[in-house]
Design a protein around this ligand. Structure first.
Ligand code: NAD
Ligand code: AHE
Ligand code: ZN
Length: 369
C-alpha cells in the first residue's frame, strides 16, 4: 500500500512529506494506522545526527497511538479495530531479560530494531524502490506502519489518540522513572534537571507519590511556571546562581536530594545531578540521552560515599503490561496530559514542531493524521 510519511532523508535536513510504499504485515507483525504522534527530543537528536545508531533515510517517530488494520499469521494478542500504542521497548515475556523480572529492557528484537529493520532483517518501507529504515521499531511519523506484535500495547478505545500518544514515550518515561526506577517514597526531596516534555512528567510523578520538596532546574526561565503547574516547589536557573550550583542545590534540599533526575541529556548536568544527591543514599537517575561520543565523569568518592547513579529507559515500564494502566491513570484524572500538549499540527507542518522544541516554546507538539 501507499502511505503518507515524513521522511528523514538526511541528517540535519527538514523532514520531507512524501507517499511511501509499505508492505503488509508478515508473520508475527501488525499493520497499524497511526492517528497521532508526539515529537520527542530523541527524534530531534537522531535527526540532528547525534545518535550513534542513527540511520538515513528513515521514518522517525516513536510516540504514537493508532488502530490495528491487519494482522499477520500467528498474531493472537491484537485484532483489527483494537486501539494500540507502539512500544519502542517491546515486551516479549519470553527472553532472558523479560523473564529476569529485573529490567524492562526486552532483548528479543533489539538487534534488528537498532539496525532500522523488522525482526526478520528486512524493512517494510520503501520510496521509489529505495529502502527506508524503520526507527526505534515504531516509525510513527507515517500514517501507517508495521510493528511486531510484541511491540504493541492494547489500550481502551475511549482514550483520545491525540493525548494517549504521549504515553508512548514522554509520560511513561517521566512518571515511570519516579515510580518504577527510583521508587520514590512519600516525603522524599527531589531535584529535576530539564523541565521539558520529560521533566514535567517526572515532576507530576513526584507529586503523585507524595514527594516533599520538588526542585526544578532549567536554563529557560519560562519553564518555572510550567514546573509549578505540576507540583514543583522551588525553581533554580543555573545561569543565575552565583557560586557553586551543587552547593546551592544541597542547601535547598537540606544536605542533598534523596533523588535527582537528569532530563537534559547534557553530561555536565548529569554530574551536577549526581553530586547534588545526599551523602550516603541519594540516587541520581539518568533519563536524558547524550550525544554520540559523550561520557559522564565524577570523582569515585561521590559513589564511595553512597551516592548512586542509575539509568532509566521508558521509565522502567513493561509496555504491554504497564501502558494500558497508565492510560487508565490519565482517563481517571490521576495524571495530566492535556495541558502539556501545547501544539497540535497536521503532518505537513511537522518541521515546525522541531523548531518549537529547539526554541523552547513547546512542551509537546503532537501531529494528527
Ligand atoms: P525537551 O527539549 O522538551 O526538554 C529539555 C529541557 O532541558 C528544556 O526545558 C531545556 O531548557 C532544558 N535544558 C537544556 N539544557 C539544560 C541545562 N544545561 N540545564 C538545565 N536545563 C537544561 O526534551 P524532552 O523531550 O523532555 O527530552 C529530554 C531528554 O530525555 C532528551 O535527552 C531525550 O532524548 C531524553 N529521553 C529519554 C528517554 C528515556 O527513555 N531514557 C525517553 C524520552 C526522552
Ligand atoms: N540510540 C542511542 C540511545 C538512545 C536511547 O538511549 N534511547 C532510549 C529511549 S529514548 C526515547 O525517547 C532507550 O530506551 N534506550 C534503550 C535502548 O535499548 O535503546 C545510542 O546511544 O546509541
Ligand atoms: Zn522519546
Amino acid at each position: 500500500m501507499k502511505t503518507r510519511a515524513a521522511v528523514a532523508f538526511e541528517a540535519k535536513k527538514p523532514l520531507e512529506i512524501v507517499e511511501v510504499d509499505l508492505e503488509g504485515p508478515r508473520a508475527g507483525e501488525v499493520l497499524v494506522e497511526i492517528k497521532a504522534t508526539g515529537i520527542c527530543h530523541t527524534d530531534a537528536y537522531t535527526l540532528d545526527g547525534l545518535d550513534s545508531e542513527g540511520l538515513f533515510p528513515s521514518i522517525l517517530g516513536h510516540e504514537g497511538a493508532g488502530v490495528v488494520l491487519e494482522v499477520g499469521a500467528g498474531v493472537t494478542s491484537v485484532k483489527p479495530g483494537d486501539h494500540v500504542i507502539p512500544l519502542y521497548t517491546p515486551e516479549c515475556r519470553q527472553c532472558k531479560s523479560c523473564l529476569s523480572r529485573k529490567t524492562n529492557l526486552c532483548t528479543s528484537i533489539r538487534a534488528t530494531q537498532g539496525k532500522g529493520l523488522m525482526p526478520d532483517g528486512s524493512s517494510r518501507f520503501s520510496y521509489k524502490g529505495q529502502t527506508i529504515h524503520h526507527y526505534m521499531g515504531c516509525s510513527t511519523f507515517a500514517n501507517h506502519t508495521v510493528l511486531p506484535e510484541i511491540a504493541l500495547a492494547k489500550i481502551r478505545t475511549d482514550a483520545p489518540f491525540d493525548k494517549a500518544c504521549y504515553i508512548g514515550c514522554g509520560v511513561t518515561t517521566g512518571v515511570g522513572a519516579v515510580v518504577n526506577t527510583a521508587k520514590v517514597e512519600p516525603g522524599a526531596n527531589a531535584i529535576v534537571f530539564g523541565l521539558g516534555g520529560i521533566g514535567l512528567n517526572v515532576i507530576q510523578g513526584l507529586k503523585m507519590v507524595g514527594a516533599d520538596k520538588i526542585v526544578g532546574v532549567d536554563i529557560n526561565d519560562g519553564k518555572e511556571e510550567w514546573g509549578r503547574k505540576f507540583g514543583m516547589t522551588h525553581f533554580v536557573n543555573p545561569t543565575k546562581v552565583e557560586g557553586d550550583l551543587v552547593a546551592h542545590l544541597v542547601g535547598i534540599t537540606d544536605g542533598g536530594a534523596d533523588y535527582t533526575f537528569d532530563c537534559t541529556g547534557n553530561v555536565n548536568v548529569m554530574r551536577t545531578a549526581l553530586e547534588a544527591c545526599h551523602r550516603g543514599w541519594g540516587e541520581s537517575i539518568i533519563i536524558g540521552v547524550a550525544e554520540a561520543g559523550k561520557e559522564i565523569a565524577t570523582r569515585p568518592f561521590q559513589l564511595v560515599t553512597g551516592r548512586v547513579w542509575k539509568g532509566s529507559a521508558f521509565g522502567g515500564a513493561r509496555g504491554r503490561t504497564d501502558v494500558p494502566k497508565i492510560v487508565d491513570w490519565y482517563m481517571d484524572g490521576k495524571i495530566a496530559i492535556d495541558p502539556m500538549i501545547t501544539h497540535t499540527l497536521p503532518l505537513e507542518r511537522i518541521n515546525e514542531a522541531f523548531d518549537l522544541m529547539h526554541a523552547g516554546e513547546s512542551i509537546r507538539s503532537v501531529v494528527v493524521f
